[in-house]
Every structure is written in structure tokens, then in C-alpha cells.
Design a protein around this ligand. Structure first.
Ligand code: NOJ
Length: 990
């Protein structure tokens, strides 16, 4: 501390007070008044009232929606027909064209439109220029494949009167039972109903109608009862017409030129107790009930991408991104639905337990989960997945919306960010300090202050006078820089970017069709409309090296505030009656908006320079289904407290289940100053986020790991070193996600789908297929954790090989320096153990293989490796090996997972050459058989020239574990080429 010269007692008291107040993290909490509750969102309220009316009438409830039997047909895997909606007191029926598509993949898709809007036979109010149709382009943004229709879907002739049954899916084992009147669909797998549409009769599509001045409702005199609500129609005035024609909130009025237009449907999962997904919420992985009750929510889960400043814990409130994918899970079965709608959406969840026989003591009892979905506008468009495994869901969903981008390899290492590193010299200084303290990191980030007056694509000349020098400095250590670029463009003079935006008319428009103006970081701003292909074309030009001067090949991009965040807009976003390309209202596309911006940036980064083909890295705050194809996400502005640390685990797990697994939370917490133990624990947890970045608000104190002091800095460095050592395992898990949609970190239910005790567990995670099971410490002062083991494989402590046997909860000691991490028997984990300053510098480092033997003494694992930067992997520039240890033969073998060179591509040979000197330098065998005590060597055969196998021997050392620890053995310097086939013989079983 700097001594205070001649300080009076008053000044020292003032200084002390200031110091104390600096230490205290101010209590922050979300401003509820800024965001709608269901009651304040017109269509949410109407749909809930509708549900209440239906549920209270039970079997007497009559849905007004019936399929016209004369209209139905099944051709080429598509079932079509018209649903007729009846309205009490009206002859006319509303025609709603229905399509049920049976896809080759076994997924079914139910789409419902509205004839009048489809044909444009409606009138818009206020001379609106908005489109008349229901928004039907969500598919264009979210879906990239898997829509091929099934040729084998066929009508089941055994259907009862008034029902059409369609057999589809693998070997016709799926069935859609379409009941005509009232309309409902049951989806069956192997004869058992898994998912029910409109079982409760809550299907609803608010049809177009002209605005008519209605007579005032009859007065109800005191003592008289109000007339009962006619129950057939959700849009009956009695259900609250007040928000049909306009809706005000927080001083903004939505003009709603098309009137009420919500869509809703109840979806029941019979026999399923757990539902997961629909990120992002600061909630548990297993979703809670939403209609009140002990420990449950009373608000539905909301999906309306928003900049929720200081968001709160354990809440169904909306956050920055939305993926309307929900898994339902029970022992031995997982099914799912994907609600393809980009408008504001709410989901109610209730569960009901039923017992087949009251005397059966719970045997035969089961829980049904009933969900109710409603969106403000757009089509009703729902995909149905019948599993039966969680992997089937993530794979099929990925086939539709795309798999996770295979990232730049640096992107899965550690990122250092804060708002803000204040100058190029500051960046260089931080970088040097990481090196001085031998702490690895790959990327340093620049938040908004690097720009000149928040004008993106500029540098503040006072503070970032020489950005190229800064980039060069980083590049010497293979480090990168990420610069933020937001979608709001400063509305100011002498700024070519905004001038072009205006001149080319590429900005979002207001309801009158003029350029929309709102407030964000730069003050008055306009928003690029990335729904417009011309806007994407223009955006690409801005990222060219010559245009965005001061950037280099090691610059990558962060897209923030893309919900979009508008400080003076309704619910901190854009007015819903704003207009996008094609005259779609913002209301229709809101949840997709953020993704379109990242899409434009992604494309711009691919085309930064002619001939330069590098994988982009773009971080986004806002996202939708499909965003996984474009980069990473983080969970936004969390807080430096233990609750937020704990919440980050289920949130990250939920992202994986929602198909967007490249996810992380701000390490250390964005708002506030973490105590050192919290910061340390956060790093220890953060190494298990697929995306790992330390970040902090501009008002916080600096907290780079080297500032914490000992023992904290040392402990944090160890955690980071562990992340770096395991990067080969992480990259392999990312590769898997990029080809089959598997989550990168996985919850218990996903890994052990039959173990019902683990279905609600969301505070521990498995890393890919590696068998690594982590349970981060997220409680203040905790020096142990309870970890749940779901199977009867042996588990071993990662660091000291302590054995944990048997299913159930185990307590692991976890003093501050300890990361609770177990290895499940049966796996081979690839590592790189040489400490380096960045992951790029590890590119040609040798590998360590950790064999963790299962109860039979076997183990298996994989390794995927490529250049981590280009698209060469698409042409075969990669190595993908399978490692298998068999106790029967006592051999470890490395085989090519894609041995057919033609199936790989032209780049295979060149890549193998680049990697020819990269070897396996160490093999660790955990739980090595006792017989090996006598052994001192193993023999090795390696694929040599012309595939002949030449043999040599290498030393084996055996170590007896002390009490409670596994025995282990090590083979040093086998020097086996990572790209070749080889075999190690551990000497048989004599
Ligand atoms: C909001 C983001 O969530 C935060 O991470 C960032 O630091 C600020 N915007 C400033 O850009």
C-alpha cells in the first residue's frame, strides 16, 4: 500500500472506508420490472387461461380443432390435410393446413399453417408493411439437413374409425396415431405411446380476424354471478382481449398490425419423469414444474433472447439465447421434441404421478410430464424424436440443425478477458506476466473500449496506437487476440461504416419502414439486419485485413449484445413491430436474430483474405438452434458469488443437451470481486467448461491469476495445466460433437441412461467418452465433495489413483488445492504432459496415454488430431486413432479409425508427414495387473516401411499403490508414432 503523507485521521478513515467498500461486492439483482411476467405478456396470459379452462373442465373440455377427413392424404412420406377450427357462434370454419412429414431419419415433423394468412387474404392495421404470412423461414436458418422424406412411411390399415395411423421409422417400429376429431396425435415406439400432441386439447392457433369494436361486456350486478366462459376457443374475448390489438409495456407500445396470432400446443410425455433442455435458464438441468407448488416455479420457462442484466439464480426467466429442444427421459428411453419457432415462446411444465393399483405399493406407478408450449406468432412446427437413447436424440437433432463447429484448437484452451485491457501496452504487459508466472493461456480479449468512441472496426488511436505490434508480440508465442464487434452501429458523422449501412439500406427498419434508431454502448445507433443477404455481403467486406486495419491472422471475433440489446427498447430489445429483410416483423424472428449476426461474422471471417482458409472463431452471447455450427457461447453476465459458480455447471450441461455444447461461464464471475478461494475454485471448475474464459466487469479489480498470490496463483496454474494436459481429450470430444452431436461434457443421465438415481444429478460431469468424471467444488469453505457413481466399474482418483468401488455416493477429500476428478475404469485417455505457454506451442509435443483398466482388465479410447486451424481435415488432413488394451492378450494396439485412405482425402499423406515425428512418449497403466511386478519390459511392434512390423523392447516399471490406491505401471519412451499402427505386448498372462 502507498504510504499516505501527512494523513489526518479523517483522511485515513476515509481511505479505510473506501477500501472496505471496494472489497464489499454490492448486492445486485435483476430488474424484474424490465421484463414481462406471463401475466404481462398478452398471449402467454391467454394461453394459460385457456389451459386452466381446459384442465378445469377435464373430460368435458372440447377442443375446437378437427381434421377434415376428406382432405387427408399420404404421399411420399408426407401426410397432409386441413384442420378446421370451429368458433362458437360462427358458421365459418378456419382452415389450417396441416403437414406431417415422416423423415428418412425416423424423425416426424408436424407443421400447421393458417390458410388465410398464407394466401395473404388478411388486412393489416396501421398501413403496416409487414408480411401477411405466418413466419415460415425459421427453417432456413435453423435446419441444414435431415429433411429427406421417408419412402417407407405407410398407412396402417388397422386404424379405427376417425383415426389415421402411419407406420414409419426404423423397420416401421414408430407409429403416428392421428385422431381426426378432436385433432390429436400420439407417437408410438414399439407399440408404446411416448409423446402425445393435444391430449389435453390445448392446440390453439389464433386466427386472423378484423378488429371490430365490441360492445362492452354485460355488466355483472353485485351478488350476481358472471356468465361462465365459453370454453371452446382461446381467443374468446372472455380470455382477455385487451392485448389483441396493441400491447404496452414499460412505456413502449407494440402496434400489433396483425392482431392476435399465437400458436400453442400441449405435449405430454407419458411415463417420463424428467425433461431437460430448452436452454438458456439459470435453472436445474432437470426442468422444474411451473405452475406452483413446493420448490417449483410459478412462471413458465421463457424463451425470448434478452440482455437480462444481473440475472437471478434458480429461475425460469429468459436469458440471452434460446434453443427450443426438450428431451424427456425415463429409465431406458429418451424422446424429444424440437419446437421450431423464433418468436417469444413460453413453456409450462407439470407432472402427475399415477399408480396403477393403489395396493401395489408404488409398483407400476409412473409419472407423466405434461408440457404446454406457446409462441406469439409464426407456424406451429414441431419435430418429434423417438429415441430410444439420449445419443439418438443429439445425433438426429444435429443432423437437422447441424453439428458443433470443429473449433480452432486454441479456442478450447484458456482465454483471458476483461472489460477492458486498456491499451496495446497493457495487453503486452499482461501477456508477459502470464509468462513470468509460467501460467499457460492462448487468447487475450479486447472489450468495447479498444474502439474509437465505440465505433467498431476502429482502434482508439490514443490507447491502441500500434495494434499490429501487439498482434505480432502475441503471435510469437502462438497466441491470439479476440476483438469485440457488436451489431449496433454508431449513428454519427464521419463514420464510413454507418454511412454505408444507411446508403445501402442494410439496417433494421422501424414499423414505418424508416431506419430504426435506438441506444446502446455508442449512444444513438442503428442495427445491421443480417437477415438480408446483401447485409452479409457488405459485412464480409468490413473484415478484410485492409478494411479492418490493425487486425492480423491471429485476430478473432466476439459478437456481444446480439439479442439484440437496445438500452431504450421494450424489455431492453427491439420493438416487435420493427421490420427486417422481407418485411418480416421483429416479433417473428426475434430469437433467430442473434444467430444471423454470428452467421454473417462467421462468413466474413472465412473470407478475410482470398486463399486464406481458416476456421473462424466467433463467440456469441445470443443464440438459437443451429448456432452450434458457428462458434461458442457463454452464459453472459454472471456474478462473482458461489451460487453463480454452482449454477454454471447445470447451465453448461444444459447447453450440451440443447445441442450447443461449446459453452462456458465467465470464470471468476462478471460482476463483483471474487474472494481468492472463490476465484480459485472457479478456475478449478472452469477447466471443465468446453469454453473457458476469465472475464470481469469494467468496475472490478484486476484478477489475472498471477495477481492472486500464493497459494492461489500456484493452485490456479495447476488447474490450467491440467486443462492444457487434457487438451487432446477435449479436442477429441469436440471432434465427436462435430460428427454426431454428442455433448462435450455430459450429465449422468446421458452417460448412464438406465440409472434412475442419477437422472436429476447436475453438479458433476463426464468429459466426452473419456470416463473422466469431475465434481467441481462450488460451496464456500467445502473441503470435500460427495460424488455419485452410477455403475460398478472401478473409479480411480485422477491424481493419486485411490480406488472407488461400487455404485453410490463417495466422499472425496477436496482441500483447496485438490480438484475432485475420477477416472472410470475402461478408458484410455490421451494427454500431453509438457508444460508450455500456449496450446499452439504444444502442436508437435509427444503424447501420454493413460490406460484405466476396467473390472475385466480392458480399456479403450480414441484420439482425434488435425492442424487445429484450417479446413484441411475435410480433405482427410487428420489422424484418428483407436487405442485398445485387451487383458486376454495383454496387448495395447493403436489402429486407424478410418483406414481407407480414399475415404479420407487428398490431405491425409501430407498431414501424416507433418506429424511423423510426433510420438507417444509415455504409457501409464492404472490398476496394472499384479503379475506385472515381475516384468521389466514390454515388446513393441510398429507399422514400418511397407507395413512390415519390426519388434523392439522398452522398459516397464511397476509401482505398488499404497493402501487404497491402485497399482500402476509405466512404459517410458516407447516412441511410437502417433499416426501409425503399433502394438505393445505386455507379456501375456503367465
Ligand atoms: C455485455 C457482455 O455480457 C459483457 O461480457 C461485456 O463485457 C459487456 N457487454 C461490454 O462489452
Amino acid at each position: 500500500m502507498i504510504p499516505l503523507k501527512g494523513s489526518s485521521s479523517w483522511t485515513s478513515c476515509f481511505v479505510a472506508l473506501t477500501a472496505v467498500s471496494f472489497l464489499i461486492t454490492p448486492a445486485v439483482s435483476v430488474k424484474h420490472a424490465n421484463f414481462k411476467t406471463c401475466e404481462q405478456s398478452g398471449f402467454c396470459k391467454r394461453n394459460r387461461l385457456f389451459a386452466d379452462a381446459a384442465d378445469s373442465l377435464g373430460s368435458e373440455w372440447q377442443s375446437g380443432y378437427a381434421l377434415d377427413p376428406s382432405s387427408i392424404k399420404l404421399t411420399g412420406g408426407q401426410f397432409t390435410g386441413n384442420i378446421l377450427k370451429s368458433i362458437v357462434g360462427l358458421e365459418e370454419k378456419i382452415v389450417l393446413p396441416l403437414t406431417v412429414s415422416f423423415l428418412e431419419s425416423g424423425v416426424a415433423r408436424v407443421t400447421l399453417d393458417e390458410e388465410k394468412r398464407l394466401k395473404g387474404e388478411i388486412e393489416l392495421r396501421h398501413d403496416s408493411k409487414a408480411r401477411k404470412e405466418r413466419y415460415n423461414e425459421a427453417e432456413k436458418w435453423a435446419i441444414v439437413g435431415g429433411l429427406q422424406l421417408s419412402t417407407s412411411a405407410a398407412i396402417n390399415k388397422e386404424a379405427e374409425q376417425g383415426t389415421t395411423r402411419v407406420l414409419y421409422g426404423p423397420a416401421g417400429s414408430f407409429e403416428a396415431v392421428i385422431k381426426h376429431s378432436p385433432f390429436s396425435v400420439d407417437f408410438k415406439r414399439d407399440g408404446t405411446t411416448q409423446i402425445k400432441f393435444s391430449e389435453r386439447g390445448l392446440l390453439s392457433m389464433e386466427h386472423w380476424r378484423p378488429q371490430i369494436e365490441k360492445p362492452a361486456p354485460p355488466e355483472v350486478k353485485e351478488g350476481e354471478e358472471a356468465p361462465p366462459p365459453p370454453a371452446e376457443d382461446p381467443d374468446k374475448p372472455v380470455y382477455d382481449e385487451s392485448t389483441w390489438w396493441d400491447e404496452s409495456f414499460g412505456g413502449n407500445t407494440d402496434s400489433k398490425p396483425r392482431g392476435p396470432e399465437s400458436v400453442g400446443l400441449d405435449i405430454t410425455f407419458p411415463g417420463y419423469e424428467h425433461v431437460y433442455g430448452i436452454p438458456s435458464h439459470a435453472s436445474s438441468l432437470s426442468l422444474k414444474e411451473t405452475r406452483g407448488g413446493d420448490g417449483q416455479y410459478s412462471e413458465p420457462y421463457r424463451l425470448y433472447n434478452s440482455d437480462v442484466f444481473e440475472y437471478e439464480m434458480d429461475s425460469p426467466m429468459t436469458l440471452y439465447g434460446a434453443i427450443p429442444l426438450m428431451h424427456a427421459h425415463r429409465k431406458d428411453s429418451t424422446v424429444a421434441i424440437f419446437w421450431l419457432n423464433a418468436a417469444e415462446t413460453w413453456v409450462d411444465i407439470t407432472k402427475s404421478k399415477s399408480t396403477a393399483n393403489p395396493l401395489s405399493l408404488g409398483i407400476g406407478s409412473h409419472t407423466d410430464t405434461r408440457t404446454h408450449w406457446f409462441s406469439e406468432s409464426g407456424l406451429l412446427d414441431v419435430f418429434v424424436f423417438l429415441g430410444p437413447t439420449p445419443k439418438d436424440i443429439t445425433q438426429k437433432y444435429g443432423e437437422l440443425t447441424g453439428y458443433t463447429q470443429l473449433p480452432q484448437s486454441f479456442a478450447i484452451a484458456y482465454h483471458q478477458c476483461r472489460w477492458n485491457y486498456v491499451s496495446d501496452n497493457d495487453v503486452i504487459d499482461v501477456d508477459r506476466k502470464f509468462d513470468k508466472h509460467k501460467i499457460p493461456y492462448d487468447v487475450i480479449w479486447l472489450d468495447i473500449e479498444y474502439t474509437q468512441e465505440k465505433k467498431y472496426f476502429t482502434w482508439d488511436p490514443m490507447t491502441f496506437a500500434n495494434p499490429i505490434k501487439m498482434h505480432d508480440h502475441l503471435d510469437k508465442k502462438d497466441r491470439k487476440l479476440v476483438a469485440i464487434i457488436d451489431p449496433h452501429i454508431k449513428n454519427t458523422d464521419n463514420y464510413p461504416v454507418v454511412e454505408e449501412l444507411k446508403k445501402k439500406e442494410l439496417a433494421v427498419k422501424n414499423k414505418e419502414g424508416n431506419i430504426y434508431e435506438g441506444w446502446c454502448w455508442p449512444g444513438s445507433s442503428h442495427w445491421i439486419d443480417c437477415f438480408n443477404p446483401a447485409a452479409i455481403t457488405w459485412w464480409k467486406t468490413l473484415f478484410k485485413y485492409e478494411k479492418f486495419a490493425g487486425t492480423a491472422p491471429n485476430t478473432f471475433i466476439w459478437n456481444d449484445m446480439n439479442e439484440p440489446s437496445v438500452f431504450n427498447g421494450p424489455e431492453t430489445t427491439m420493438p416487435k413491430d420493427n421490420l427486417h429483410h422481407g418485411n418480416w416483423e421483429h416479433r417473428d424472428v426475434h430469437n433467430i436474430n442473434g444467430m444471423t449476426f454470428v452467421n454473417a461474422t462467421y462468413q466474413a471471417m472465412v473470407e478475410r483474405k482470398r486463399g486464406e482458409q481458416r476456421r473462424p472463431f466467433v463467440l456469441t452471447r445470443s443464440f438459437y438452434a443451429g448456432s452450434q455450427r458457428l462458434g461458442a457461447m457463454w452464459t453472459g453476465d454472471n456474478q462473482a458469488n458461489w451460487d453463480h459458480l454452482a449454477a454454471s455447471i447445470p447451465m453448461v450441461l444444459s447447453q450440451g443437451i440443447g445441442g450447443f455444447p461449446f459453452a462456458g461461464a465467465d470464470v471468476g464471475g462478471f460482476f463483483g470481486n471474487p474472494e481468492k478461494d472463490l476465484l480459485t475454485r472457479w478456475y478449478q471448475a472452469g477447466i471443465f467448461y468446453p469454453f473457458m474464459r476469465g472475464h470481469a466487469h469494467i468496475d472490478t479489480r484486476r484478477r489475472e491469476p498471477y495477481l492472486a498470490g500464493e497459494p492461489y496463483t500456484g493452485i490456479i496454474s495447476q488447474a490450467l495445466r491440467l486443462r492444457y494436459a487434457l487438451l487432446p481429450a477435449w479436442y477429441t470430444a469436440f471432434h465427436q460433437a462435430s460428427v454426431d452431436g454428442s455433448p462435450i461434457v455430459r450429465p449422468n443421465f446421458f452417460v448412464h441412461p438406465t440409472d434412475d438415481k442419477g437422472f436429476a444429478i447436475d453438479d458433476q460431469l463426464y468429459l466426452g467418452d473419456t470416463g473422466l468424471l469431475a465434481k467441481p467444488v462450488t460451496k464456500e469453505g467445502a473441503d470435500s465433495v460427495d460424488i455419485y457413481i452410477a455403475d460398478d466399474e472401478p473409479y480411480y482418483d485422477y491424481f493419486d489413483y485411490t480406488i472407488y468401488l461400487g455404485k453410490g455416493t463417495k466422499t472425496i477429500k477436496a482441500p483447496l488445492e485438490k480438484i475432485p476428478l475420477l477416472m472410470q475404469g475402461g478408458h484410455i485417455i490421451p494427454r500431453r504432459d509438457r508444460p508450455r505457454r500456449s496450446s499452439g506451442l504444444m502442436r508437435y509435443d509427444p503424447y501420454t496415454l493413460v490406460l484405466v483398466l476396467d473390472k475385466e482388465g480392458n480399456a479403450q479410447g480414441t484420439l482425434y488430431v488435425d492442424d487445429g486451424d484450417s479446413f484441411d481435415y475435410i480433405s482427410g488432413g487428420y489422424i484418428h486413432r483407436n487405442f485398445e488394451y485387451s487383458s486376454a492378450t495383454s496387448t495395447l494396439q493403436s489402429t486407424d479409425l478410418n483406414p481407407d485412405p480414399n475415404a479420407k482425402g487428398s490431405k491425409t499423406a501430407a498431414y501424416l508427414k507433418t506429424m511423423s515425428s510426433v510420438t507417444v512418449e509415455k504409457i501409464l497403466i492404472i490398476s496394472a495387473p499384479k503379475e506385472w511386478k515381475q516384468r521389466t519390459q514390454v515388446s513393441i511392434s510398429e507399422e514400418g516401411v511397407k507395413d512390415s512390423l519390426k519388434k523392439r523392447t522398452v522398459e516397464l516399471t511397476y509401482h505398488e499403490g499404497s493402501k487404497g490406491q491402485a497399482n500402476w505401471a509405466v512404459v517410458r519412451k516407447p516412441d511410437l508414432s502417433i499416426g501409425k499402427g503399433w502394438k505393445i505386448d505386455f507379456g501375456g498372462t503367465e
